[in-house]
Design a protein. Structure first.
Length: 213
């Protein structure tokens, strides 16, 4: 059924089924610097959160929709870097189907990924009595699917940059996202004259029409 039951008194909620799904990127959020723990070591890293809406059906032929009729959504956090070993760079290369040019590496605007389609491979992991849907890989949408016709987009595109925050957008985020953003040093010092460098790189123009962005 694609449902997970939480502890007593909590709601059931749908998770994305495992497998490959057509997805559309509709939200990119600058989370600022966040504390992370890896192998028992705490580090502070700048992070962004990218979110996709999923289209299609589950194994039972039911649409991938929430109870209120919106597409199921999945998110993944990245360090905003295009260095050789950066996860974000590998992810975007797989999505685009080609490497970045030298010019693009000097400044690629993450806003370019908004409203772009892809194929997401979803896998499940379990922790205790809970199951989580994770994005394990991404690729471009095959030509055959494009020719058959893409689904209609549903969610409005959302772009949020801590250095130039849209407070209306911020007010509509779920509480957990507000807490993450407001805990960052960039948010706390956003009105200071010193400020901070933008986490989200400048625009780089795209010349190859066959590349999704």
């Amino acid at each position: 059924m694609g449902l997970i039951v939480k502890a007593s008194g909590e709601k059931e909620y749908k998770i994305c089924p495992a497998g490959s799904h057509i997805a559309r990127c509709y939200r990119v959020v600058d989370l600022g610097t966040q504390k992370t723990i890896w192998m028992g070591v705490e580090k502070a890293k700048k992070q962004i959160m990218v979110t996709w809406e999923l289209h299609g059906e589950d194994a039972e032929g039911k649409p991938l929709l929430t109870d209120d009729g919106r597409p199921l959504a999945v998110s993944r956090k990245f360090t905003p870097s295009l260095n050789n070993k950066a996860t974000l760079r590998a992810f975007l290369v797989a999505w685009r189907g080609r490497e970045f040019t030298d010019d693009e590496l000097q400044g690629f605007h993450l806003k370019n990924v908004l409203d772009k389609w892809c194929m997401l491979n979803i896998t499940h992991t379990s922790k205790g009595d809970k199951t989580y849907a994770n994005i394990s890989s991404i690729s471009a949408v095959p030509s055959a699917i494009k020719k058959a016709g893409m689904p209609d987009p549903v969610n409005p595109t959302i772009w949020f940059d801590i250095d130039e925050p849209d407070m209306k957008v911020y007010s509509e985020f779920p509480d957990y996202m507000k807490e993450m953003i407001s805990s960052s040093p960039e948010w706390k010092m956003r009105d200071d004259d010193i400020g901070s460098n933008s986490n989200l790189p400048p625009v780089a123009e795209e010349e190859d029409e066959d590349v999704p962005f």
